[in-house]
Write a protein of this length. Structure first.
Length: 175
């Protein structure tokens, strides 16, 4: 059943903290919260965009560095500082003419729960909260910020025969 659902995915939606990052933040003296992102996740994200998948970021966190990272990967739909993820998600579906059934959403904690109940494939990193793991169709063996996002993107693209890039660039993931 999961394999069939993977074949129907056209859209990836990701939370940031705890999914695309480890969830750790470094508070700088200027007050900016600094995060680290995994290059392998970045490669998979930009490849999904390049292959025509819808890729969306919905996060309660915010910051210029995050916005620049996602812009560099070519992700056009980035929503930061979000309080109501369900509202943003539903607006995103409407604006792109998408169905929730074709969405894989990867989240890791309670702010993601209500959105994850709506999608075709709710997924999470290995270190997600117990409440999130309980509703997931897929739990990555990798922790947040440690290639959990790449894991789900790679699975979808491979099952759909779209994983390999004929002309990969080493610079694609490091923007």
């Amino acid at each position: 059943m999961l394999l069939q659902k993977l074949k129907e995915i056209t859209t990836f939606v990701f939370d940031v903290d705890g999914v695309l990052t480890t969830g750790d933040v470094l508070a700088s003296e200027s007050g900016e919260l600094l995060r680290t992102f995994n290059i392998k996740d970045g490669y998979a994200l930009q490849l999904a965009v390049k292959k025509g998948y819808h890729v969306c970021i919905i996060s309660g966190g915010s910051g210029q560095a995050m916005a620049k990272r996602f812009a560099g990967l070519g992700i056009p739909d980035v929503y930061l500082g979000v309080a109501d993820k369900v509202e943003i998600f539903n607006n995103y579906l409407d604006s792109h003419g998408l169905s929730a059934a074709e969405v894989l959403y990867m989240g890791d904690d309670i702010p993601d729960l209500n959105v994850m109940k709506l999608v075709g494939i709710p997924a999470c990193p290995a270190d997600a909260s117990t409440d999130i793991k309980a509703i997931c169709s897929y739990i990555s063996p990798f922790n947040g910020g440690k290639t959990a996002a790449r894991d789900v993107i790679e699975k979808v693209l491979k099952i759909q025969g779209r994983w390999f890039d004929a002309n990969p660039s080493a610079a694609d993931a490091s923007k």
